[in-house]
Design a protein around this ligand. Structure first.
Ligand code: CTP
Ligand code: MG
Length: 242
């Protein structure tokens, strides 16, 4: 596609209608294509809410979110969502082969492409160790995968989907720090020409992000690189202590 992945939140206010509370207020953020952007903040800060607006699961009460200068409301949902891949903490595995799980959104992918995506997601080694390898049938009468294995299958699926925008909302929470760090390395080479958002509570993982944005009390508290934010001694530095 010809989507660049330039994203802008302009004066966004947002809340859920069930309780009338404001979750994001005067939220402004502009992201250049090709950046790995980490979103950090305490639980309940509004991180998932923010990325939900990118897929238009919700729309802002006020202000606008745009992609390459076009208000998301002026794009069809189909074209918007065909350019964005979202990976959540709770990954979904279908009762089919691991190869088909990875190629779920790309049924015409070759085995080579599937393996490349699995390698980037640190899934290739554990899949290769299974007697049936990529032809192993997952769940429902097949092999049961651990939480971390499921997350890596979901990540491989996301890499293979190959969209201009990739959003990872705590997709590696079940993985050990070393595996998570390796996945971040794959992300760096994968990120060229794409915009990647990553939400993680494990700050060691995202310290090499191009931009770290912290959200607190519905607003952007600070943004910058790891080094800059640690020295600022505010929200990020406080979270980094623990
Ligand atoms: N919220 C809500 N209704 C929803 C989802 C969230 O009222 N359907 C509220 C939550 O209770 C919270 C706020 O919106 O007060 C922000 O939630 P969320 O964006 O999910 O916060 P995160 O920063 O993603 O928190 P976590 O780190 O726990 O995922
Ligand atoms: Mg969340």
């Amino acid at each position: 596609t010809d989507v660049q992945g330039h994203i802008k939140f302009k004066d966004v206010s947002f809340g859920y209608n069930n309780n009338g509370l404001v979750v994001l207020e005067n939220f402004n953020l502009e992201i250049d294509p090709g950046q790995i952007v980490a979103i950090v903040g305490p639980t309940g800060a509004g991180k998932t809410s923010m990325i939900s607006m990118l897929l238009r699961f919700y729309d802002p009460w006020q202000g606008e979110v745009s992609l390459d200068g076009v208000n998301l409301k002026d794009l069809t949902l189909e074209s918007l969502r065909s350019n964005i891949t979202l990976v959540l903490q709770d990954s979904f595995i279908f009762p089919m082969s691991l190869a088909d799980n990875i190629a779920f959104a790309n049924p015409n992918a070759s085995r080579e492409e599937i393996i490349k995506a699995a390698k980037a997601a640190q899934a290739h080694d554990f899949i290769s160790r299974l007697p049936e390898g990529y032809d192993t049938i997952a769940s429902e009468g097949g092999v049961s995968l651990s939480g971390g294995e499921k997350q890596r299958i979901s990540l491989a699926r996301a890499f293979l989907r190959n969209t201009s925008i990739l959003i990872l909302d705590e997709p590696t929470s079940a993985l050990d720090a070393q595996t998570e760090a390796r996945i971040f390395q794959s992300l760096s080479s994968y990120s060229k020409g794409r915009t990647i958002f990553i939400i993680s509570h494990r700050l060691s993982t995202i310290r090499h992000a191009d931009l770290i944005v912290t959200i607190k009390d519905g607003m952007i508290a600070e943004k910058g690189t790891h080094e800059v934010l640690v020295n600022e001694g505010k929200v990020y530095a406080e979270l980094y202590k623990y």
